[in-house]
Design a protein around this ligand. Structure first.
Ligand code: PEP
Length: 263
């Protein structure tokens, strides 16, 4: 963690907590976030739950006198509107109170056939609409075994670079090795740091200030017991958390670890 960049912890709920349990969890996260000033916190609920969750979180922030947590979309369509059955656009999400979008998650790439070019279009659309972006990159187990980790990850980063070069602090990269997502297998802090440093130096080829300001999160089986060691790495600026974001008892200690390291 580098104190020049605000630590960022985001919870990706995936297709969980779409109803009242999501409202309850978001309120708990908003309260926990108030206890870790200086750590930016976001959650990505299922789309349907967003309009209910946004005002609840704003109310907690108002009562506690702290900044509201960010609400993130898990996906969006690059067009602002049109004949795209089943899709939701960036301006619609922004109007509903979303301030972030997780884009290019490996589950979207793997199950919904999203390629680098399509992810880049979504990133452009989100940034254009005022949403911050958490753009995910990462290699599969086969790619790692074949020694292709950096080739794959940097290819994905290159696709994001044109949009990121024009964005301010709202453009975040999440390095998420696919083999570590939801598996309980976590990259060693040293391996994760190596990839994060490579991503940052790739961004530096584009513009030094982009590399310095872009936050790079680690994602993949982050839990209370491994968060501190990962977050202590100089190029790891936070975490994108799946399974451990689904219960406050598992998520709050990760926020606390980020807080203690940044204090
Ligand atoms: C994710 O899906 O973005 C993720 C990191 O999941 P998990 O923490 O469960 O591995």
């Amino acid at each position: 963690m580098n104190r020049a960049r605000t630590p960022f912890i985001a919870g990706n709920w995936k297709m969980h907590h779409g109803g009242p349990s999501g409202v309850e969890l978001a309120i708990q996260v908003a309260r926990a976030a108030a206890r870790v000033p200086g750590v930016e916190v976001a959650v990505a609920p299922p789309t349907l739950a967003i309009p209910t969750i946004v005002p609840e979180c704003l109310e907690v922030a108002r009562q506690l006198g702290c900044p509201p947590i960010g609400i993130a979309a898990q996906n969006l369509h690059p067009a602002a509107s049109g004949a795209f059955t089943g899709e939701v656009s960036a301006p619609m999400l922004f109007a509903a109170g979303c301030r972030w979008a997780i884009l290019g998650h490996s589950e979207r790439r793997q199950y919904f056939g999203e390629d680098d070019a399509f992810v880049a279009k979504k990133v452009e659309a989100a940034l254009h609409s005022g949403l911050g972006v958490i753009a995910c990159v990462g290699e599969t187990l086969d790619e790692r075994a074949a020694g292709r980790t950096l080739d794959v990850v940097l290819r994905m980063v290159d696709a994001l670079v044109p949009a990121f070069g024009r964005a301010a602090a709202g453009a975040v990269i999440a390095y998420e090795p696919v083999w570590a997502i939801g598996t309980g297998k976590v990259a060693t802090p040293k391996d994760a740091q190596e990839v994060h440093a490579a991503i940052r130096s790739r961004l530096a080829n584009v513009a030094g200030d982009v590399a310095l300001r872009t936050r790079i999160l680690y994602g993949g089986s982050v839990k209370a017991d491994n968060a501190r060691e990962l977050l202590a790495q100089p190029d790891i600026d936070g975490a994108l958390v799946g399974g451990a974001s689904l219960e406050i008892g598992a998520f709050a200690p990760i926020l606390q670890a980020a807080y203690e390291l940044s204090a």
